[in-house]
Design a protein around this ligand. Structure first.
Ligand code: HEM
Ligand SMILES: *[C@@H]1O[C@H](CO)[C@@H](O)[C@H](O)[C@H]1NC(C)=O
Ligand SMILES: *[C@@H]1O[C@H](CO)[C@@H](O)[C@H](O)[C@H]1NC(C)=O
Ligand SMILES: *[C@@H]1O[C@H](CO)[C@@H](O)[C@H](O)[C@H]1NC(C)=O
Ligand SMILES: *[C@@H]1O[C@H](CO)[C@@H](O)[C@H](O)[C@H]1NC(C)=O
Ligand SMILES: *[C@@H]1O[C@H](CO)[C@@H](O)[C@H](O)[C@H]1NC(C)=O
Length: 379
């Protein structure tokens, strides 16, 4: 199957070449009144060392936000102006913004952008809301995924249960920071964390993250009758805490490599860079061992969900050959259960963008064969 072709001129009655310059093939593709935008990688960063992130871009001066922000890193980027302050962003901006602010390598950033744009964005116009529904992100052309494009905060495809700082959607607010949950996380830090400049039990380490996730799952499994952690969610739920810790170095101070209580609290509670915080000293690449180490520390939690009696039961295994690794299983679950199946039948720039994003996920998956989107629509 050859589904990942490079952007080429697609023959479509709606697609008219408007620019004859040799290397830039700008085309106009209008579908359902929307103008398609071909996704391209931004220029590679030249400066990839550590640097002190000054709060040079003053906060809250941009247009009023049109989306309730839902996730800590993206909120921080929007608050500091590394992505649009109104919380509406796009493929290149996510790669450029996470690169500039957190030194995330484009390979890793494009993977995060791809999963989220395919599931909760409009990949024809190349827009996604980092919160809820926004008037600036139209529904998919032909409304092939329902009447609205939902945004990152919408539960079910990527956003899921057992988060560190947000409640499960069925029992509380799954968007906003929850101080009670964070206080419970900090209890685990006090018990298992390393000593540091903020005092004893204030530096995040592997054991803290394991105990913290254990506590998140144990309490949500009991409190939330519809508790569910499918493969893609379990991967995401371990990747997220892995991002805050040392060795992955995203939220940790780039010079000391420490993720302290003060630093992580600033990202979660204030959604801003902590004062005098340095970004990672070298580009952050995918493939951190920490997510797998957290998973290994919690063998009793596997992909599954509560049944009607509130008993936690395993989800079906992915079929061969998608069961060769957790990375490949994650790709299978994302394409089959989370990316709307209607994206398999799009044309023009829409198809080129979907193929690019799917190709990014496939390349990162370790799978031997790609999949077409086949998930439910309008959910
Ligand atoms: C720059 C690096 C990033 C870091 C350090 C980061 C960090 C985090 C953390 C720590 C959480 C967990 C929150 C919790 O459990 O309470 C989270 C959740 C989430 N992030 Fe990110 N993130 C990054 C980039 C991105 C990008 C680029 C996107 C999408 C474009 C994204 C989308 C999400 C979503 C949808 C969730 C919600 C998942 C859930 O807990 O239900 N993140 N992120
Ligand atoms: C915050 O979390 C606590 C503990 O799970 C819960 O009781 C409370 O309802 C949550 N608040 C919101 C607004 O979801
Ligand atoms: C949040 O910001 C306020 C105001 O700048 C500051 O006083 C407070 O210490 C910050 N909290 C954290 C956890 O960084
Ligand atoms: C980061 O480390 C530097 C030392 O290299 C230190 O001066 C600074 O205060 C630290 N920042 C935070 C937020 O802990
Ligand atoms: C994948 O599934 C096939 C068919 O059910 C099975 O024979 C094989 O052992 C599985 N492979 C792994 C690595 O689990
Ligand atoms: C996937 O990997 C192949 C082989 O390395 C490469 O040619 C292709 O450009 C990659 N696709 C994407 C979308 O990154």
């Amino acid at each position: 199957m050859k589904s990942f072709s490079l952007p080429i001129l697609v023959v479509s009655p709606l697609l008219i070449a408007v620019n004859a310059r040799p290397n830039i093939r700008a085309t106009l593709d209008i579908q359902d009144g929307q103008t398609g935008k071909l996704m391209v990688f931004p220029p590679q960063q030249t400066d990839t060392g550590t640097k002190r992130m000054l709060i040079i871009r003053s906060l809250h001066l941009g247009p009023t936000t049109c989306a309730d922000h839902a996730v800590p890193a993206m909120n921080t980027l929007a608050n500091h102006g590394y992505i649009s302050r109104n919380g509406i962003t796009n493929f290149a901006e996510i790669i450029r913004g996470t690169g500039e602010a957190f030194n995330i390598d484009p390979v890793m950033a494009s993977g995060m952008a791809a999963q989220n744009l395919l599931t909760r964005g409009n990949p024809f116009v190349d827009k996604i809301s980092i919160g809820g529904v926004s008037p600036f992100v139209p529904p998919l052309p032909g409304k092939i995924d329902g009447p609205e494009t939902q945004g990152l905060a919408k539960h079910g495809r990527v956003e899921g249960d057992g988060s560190m700082t947000r409640s499960d959607v069925h029992i509380g607010d799954n968007r906003d920071f929850n101080q009670t949950l964070w206080d419970m996380d900090l209890e685990q830090l006090a018990m298992f964390g390393d000593d540091g400049p903020d005092g004893p039990g204030t530096v995040f380490n592997l054991q803290t993250l394991i105990e913290l996730k254990r506590h998140n799952y144990e309490s949500d499994q009991i409190l939330d009758p519809e508790f569910a952690i499918p493969i893609r969610r379990l991967n995401g739920a371990y990747a997220a805490p892995a991002l805050i810790l040392r060795r992955v170095l995203v939220f940790a101070n780039g010079t000391t490599k420490q993720a302290t209580k003060r630093i992580i609290s600033s990202f979660f509670m204030n959604q801003t860079f902590p004062e005098n915080w340095f970004r990672a000293a070298a580009p952050v690449l995918p493939g951190s061992p920490i997510a797998a180490e957290i998973a290994a520390g919690l063998p009793q939690w596997f992909p599954g969900h509560n049944d009607e009696n509130g008993v936690f039961v395993a989800d079906p295994q992915p079929p061969a050959p998608f069961n060769i690794s957790s990375g490949c299983a994650n790709y299978w679950d994302t394409l089959v259960n989370a990316v709307p199946g209607s994206l398999a039948h799009v044309t023009g720039i829409f198809k080129q963008n979907v193929d690019l994003l799917n190709g990014i996920l496939f390349n990162a998956s370790g799978c031997s064969e790609p999949l077409a989107p086949a998930g439910p629509t309008n959910v």
